[in-house]
Design a protein around this ligand. Structure first.
Ligand SMILES: CSCC[C@H](N)C(=O)N1CCC[C@H]1C(=O)O
Length: 349
């Protein structure tokens, strides 16, 4: 079943007549059209229509087989009004603005508008073979680039220069960065989202590099913490604790495992090393058309792992004024366990 067919079944199970899709990632998922920020997708029992404007006419012809209506709002909304009359139409409450919803109500007095609920989140969580291939290729590229850039991570180099090298090499290879490259050295390592700054790396520091590639619309995500020179015993101890938690959580990945239990496994190990408070975020997340998507690997998650999910496992420990460590792998849940998609070498400190 294609994702569009799966979506249709999900809509009928939810008792909805159709859906108005505005989130770019979902437009891409269901139609193949890659400029979803300037498009909408309407699903009704009568068919599917992609709405976009004249700037994308040729691109839409190339990218999608979905019938396309070229116009701008309000003409698009007037055209859709005839198709949605008398139907319950789902919308993405997490994406559609209040103003856009008011506009739909104004133009579609004959339709009942309702939040779609978790339909698309669930559909996205389990990847198709084509999606897995794109994520795998993105990670292969990220591994290659990390290996090329790894020798640059040394005393006297600015964090920014490492990030620029990573970005340039990904772009040359036909990808883009999945997110602003994180290069957090020394005390900046205490910032989980410490994007590269002008700080110059010093001898004896740990440097956290968190990077991803975006290829064919899909993302990869991996973190390595690298030692420059000989970091002190406290930093080494923290590194070893994070590595132990990371490897234990990865080893436990298989279908049927509760995401919350995986988070607990890593958290308990770090707590045993006195680093529970220092692990300031969740264990990981699903990844695909967005860097962060379901399943959520956190304390309160109700998600259960299924074969075909692609997730990150990324425990960390952050010590303000001292530094930090994060180690992250990209992991595919398989029928009988898991496959680690990220292959960059890890420090053994
Ligand atoms: C801004 S994208 C960050 C990518 C990173 N690998 C990541 O997902 N995280 C780093 C800290 C925890 C986790 C997060 O929840 O953002």
């Amino acid at each position: 079943m294609t994702q569009l067919e799966q979506m249709r079944s999900a809509l009928s199970r939810a008792g909805l007549g159709g859906a108005w899709i505005s989130e770019p990632a979902h437009i891409r998922l269901l139609s193949g059209f890659t400029s979803g920020a300037d498009a909408k997708l309407l699903l009704t029992p009568g068919g599917v229509t992609l709405y976009t404007d004249a700037r994308y006419e040729v691109q839409a012809q190339e990218e999608t087989r979905v019938p396309t209506f070229i116009a701008r709002p309000p003409e698009t909304l007037e055209h859709a009004a005839a198709q949605v009359a008398g139907l319950r139409i789902g919308f993405e409450a997490e994406h559609l603005t209040v103003a856009a919803l008011d506009e739909l109500r104004e133009y579609w007095p004959g339709a009942a508008l309702e939040p779609l609920g978790p339909v698309l989140r669930e559909l996205r969580m389990v990847k198709t073979a084509v999606e897995i291939e794109a994520i795998r290729d993105a990670q292969t590229l990220a591994d290659q680039v990390f290996a090329e850039v790894r020798p640059l991570i040394r005393a006297g180099v600015r964090e920014l220069d490492i990030a620029i090298e990573i970005e340039t090499r990904l772009r040359r290879a036909g990808a883009t960065v999945a997110f602003d490259v994180i290069v957090a050295s020394g005390p900046r390592g205490a910032m989980p989202h410490g994007v590269a700054s002008a700080r110059v790396i010093e001898d004896g520091e740990l440097v956290t590099v968190d990077m991803g590639a975006r290829l064919r619309g899909y993302h990869s995500d991996m973190t390595r913490t690298v030692a420059v020179g000989e970091p002190g015993e406290e930093l080494r101890r923290v590194y070893r604790a994070v590595l132990e938690a990371e490897e234990a959580a990865v080893a436990a990945v298989r279908p049927g495992v509760r995401a919350a239990d995986l988070d607990k496994l890593a958290r308990d190990l770090l707590t045993g090393h006195g680093l529970g408070e220092a692990f300031a975020h969740s264990l990981g997340h699903g990844i695909g058309l967005n860097v962060h998507e379901g399943p959520g690997l956190r304390k309160v998650s109700e998600d259960v792992l299924q074969a075909g999910m692609v997730i990150t496992i990324e425990p960390g420990a952050y010590l303000p004024g001292v530094g930090g460590v994060r180690i992250e792998d990209l992991v595919l849940v398989t029928d009988d366990g898991h496959e680690v998609l990220s292959h960059s070498e890890k420090e053994r400190l």
